[in-house]
Design a protein around this ligand. Sequence first.
Ligand code: SAJ
Length: 431
Amino acid sequence: MSSRGRVEFSSGKDLSQHHVCVIGLGYVGLPTAALLATRGYQVTGIDTNAAIVAKINEGKIHIVEPELDILVKTAVESGRLTARTSPEAADVFVICVPTPVDASDFSADLSYIRLSVQALLPVLTRGCLILLESTSPPGTTQALIGDFLLAESFVPGQDVFVAYCPERVLPGAVIAELVSNDRIVGGLTPRCAEVAASFYETYVQGTVYKTGAKVAETVKLVENTSRDVQIAFANELSNICETINVDVWEVIQLANKHPRVRVLEPGPGVGGHCIAVDPWFLINAAPESSLLTRAARMANDKRPLEVAERIAVVVKDNQSKRVALLGMAYKANIDDCRESPSMAIFSQLRKCCPDLQIMVCEPNRDELGEIKLSSLGECLHEADVIAILVKHKEFLEVNWDDVAAQRTVIDCKGVLRGKSEKTSASHSFLN
Ligand code: SAJ
């Protein structure tokens, strides 16, 4: 027998004898594939997009993530990472494909997982390990992988090993978190969990916790849902504090001095591809039992429109002709503007104030499609209303006292907080 069928992994062993196929070379799959290759595994990255495959085989990357370019280049040059468009036989298959939410009913689109499992069936050998890392509704690993394989005469826990192990990496810190984070490994059987854990323990420095697949699926959704609900509370708190005229940032800072309180930051909404989506998988799994979760999700979804309305009111009150939006990424110090509250605010303002000139500053981007970008200096000098939407480090360096003496500043991220009387006296939504 070749290395296939050898199901126990150990960091003490020569990992190059193990072949890993990573299916889906996006924000999670590509860093995972490159990391495994640099740890010594023989890795094949699979992506149905031939252009992505070609780029990776040149040692280049198609996404932006700190340190990923060097990691992929090193992995490809070492000969341990290659990419192709269809799976080949391997000891381990790591499935990292998207699970988008359907815009009409918020259900999970699991078609990419289904297609991946079908595609690896022809190359499956007994004894291999199949890991699902994509965020998925509870029960997905059993239904889409376990039951499917059983119907093809592969018994999970005997012939093949199947586990769900959610990715938990933070965009912007993926490489570090892939190694340092604890992992939750949910096996379809206890033996599946053991084999999967032995694989992760070869490259993860955090603790690897073993459980069942459905628990692991639920844990992932709970992590992001918990954050969503807490952000909704922080946003509501900012509205409450504005109504009663106290500084929300000071309130949160002091409340968080309590040993068991950790209020998150208010902001212009929840962006990104995870926190605004994952709660729906939990809500749909138990609609009658998830009223709070649903209310939080809907409140966070509405938030950019509320912020746009508030900016429009300030613009009208000031008879302003030019507003500047500072920060278009979905969070601080990254360049990812997809699913960003700022983009929704921009579109809404354009719709509701057609005569308003909207200047846009995103220091992490050179271009933003059809949206013209202005420098921070241009925005600060030329706009009469300035809305801070993201707490980018560049914005923290501005002397806001000077700016607020001449302009109206709408601060959605607490950047002005703690500055002089003059600054806080300027119109400052969200305090
Ligand atoms: N946000 C706030 N207030 C806060 C924190 C965040 O308004 O106090 C906003 C951000 O500005 C952003 C959105 O929430 O628009 C999401 O940002 P984030 O940094 O909370 O999370 P993501 O989407 O970049 O990454 C999350 C992480 N999950 C958790 O922290 C529980 C990450 O660990 C997951 O791996 C990732 O989702 C994922 O892929 O699921």
